[in-house]
Design a protein around this ligand. Structure first.
Ligand code: KG4
Ligand code: ZN
Length: 358
């Protein structure tokens, strides 16, 4: 497997990241700079994020090339997250990448951020390739799909309101934990007592059928409301400090149960026992271990290490290498799209495609 040296650039939210992928898709350099400045606001402030990307993007790419020991002129292809995400932050990356492509005379391709998350595990495990059932769980998206091959995906379910990561962040705020909340909630949940509280499993009922519109879909806003009400009740009896960990545990258990149960429905219906987790929430240890446990020994579970589960430029470079490899090149009109459609994702499909295990 030999391909071009591809530079990937990610700036869709609050990480400025770039990576250089080698000819055998190995990482030659990789820098992820997380913006700390949003912490005091309890969430990402888009305008500040965009300005911060602009301040550091030159240095981030310089450091990637220094790690690789190569001059910028050796880059042979460029990939940049063009959406979905925050429009200001996205525009910084897209404009910067367009300027670089023009200056070097090298092909540039716009990458879909969530498709890039699908590619992250393959950076560390060459077997993490389609066919697989993919669960993408991030701060803005919750998607369940069947990847027939790279670039050809069938959408099975998605969230109807909040994303899984968003629910973690909101519950963290409620419990007085700083942003980003996911890792904090997970750490706190680890100290909680299992089943001391039990929260509802939204859109998960045993009487649902694959034909039902909500069989694969998710909803997390009602769960968040249930947590709000319980937290208020516990606060009223003056016990919040000592109960926080068990509340976090019950919330995490509910989210994980729904995510795993819906993914296993997809495994059942597609007949594909290969499951891939992607997006920031896939860094969650409880999600990974519960998925592995319920998938059983005859299934395969793929996920990236925590560093590559969160937003990073390496996954963007890897997705770009695929897109460039199939002949896609952006025109000079390339721009950022806050709500970019997922390439190759269809809802139709008639009969379920039979996955051949590999
Ligand atoms: O993919 P990502 O880094 O950025 C987006 O594309 O949104 O995902 C960020 C989300 C945040 O909501 C964050 O709280 C969540 O992933 N997250 C976690 C964990 N680490 C990050 N959620 C649960 N457990 C974690 N360990
Ligand atoms: Zn992401």
């Amino acid at each position: 497997m030999t391909g071009p040296l591809v530079l990937g650039i990610e700036s869709s939210c609050d990480e400025t990241s770039a990576a250089l992928l080698g000819r055998d898709r190995e990482l030659l350099g990789h820098v992820i700079l997380s913006q700390d400045l949003h912490r005091v606001y309890g969430g990402v402030v888009p305008e500040l994020a965009a300005r911060a990307h602009l301040d550091v993007i030159d240095d981030v790419v310089d450091e990637v090339m220094r790690q690789a020991g190569l001059p910028l002129g050796r880059v042979e292809g460029i990939g940049v997250t063009a959406g979905p995400g925050l429009i200001g932050p996205l525009l910084v990356g897209v404009c910067w990448a367009k300027a670089l492509g023009f200056a070097l005379g090298k092909p540039l391709v716009g990458v879909h951020h969530m498709e890039a998350h699908l590619f992250a595990p393959s950076l560390e495990d060459p077997e993490a390739v389609p066919p697989f059932v993919g669960l993408l769980v991030s701060g803005g998206h919750t998607l369940l799909l069947h990847a027939v091959e790279w670039g050809r995906y069938r959408l099975l379910g998605q969230t109807r309101d909040d994303a899984a990561g968003e629910a973690f962040d909101k519950v963290a705020k409620l419990l007085g934990l700083p942003y980003p909340g996911g890792p904090r909630v997970e750490a706190l949940a680890g100290e909680g007592e299992p089943r001391r509280y039990v929260f509802p499993r939204p859109m998960l009922r045993s009487d649902q059928n694959p034909e039902d519109a909500d069989y694969f879909d998710f909803s997390f806003s009602g769960l968040k409301t249930a947590v709000v009400q319980e937290v208020e009740a516990v606060r009223t009896r003056g016990a919040l400090e000592s109960e926080k960990a068990s509340l976090a545990r019950a919330f995490q258990d509910a989210v994980v149960d729904v995510l795993v149960s819906k993914t296993l429905r997809a495994v059942e219906v597609t007949g594909c026992r290969r499951v891939l987790l992607g997006g920031g929430v896939s860094a969650n240890g409880a999600l990974k271990s519960e998925m592995a446990r319920r998938l059983g020994p005859d299934g395969r579970l793929f996920h990236a290490s925590p560093r590559l589960s969160l937003d990073n430029g390496a996954m963007v470079a890897r997705a770009a290498a695929f897109r460039l490899g199939v002949g896609e090149v952006a025109t000079p009109e390339l721009t950022a799209e806050a709500t970019m459609p997922f390439p190759g994702l269809t809802t139709s499909g008639g009969e379920w495609p039979v996955s051949r295990e590999r």
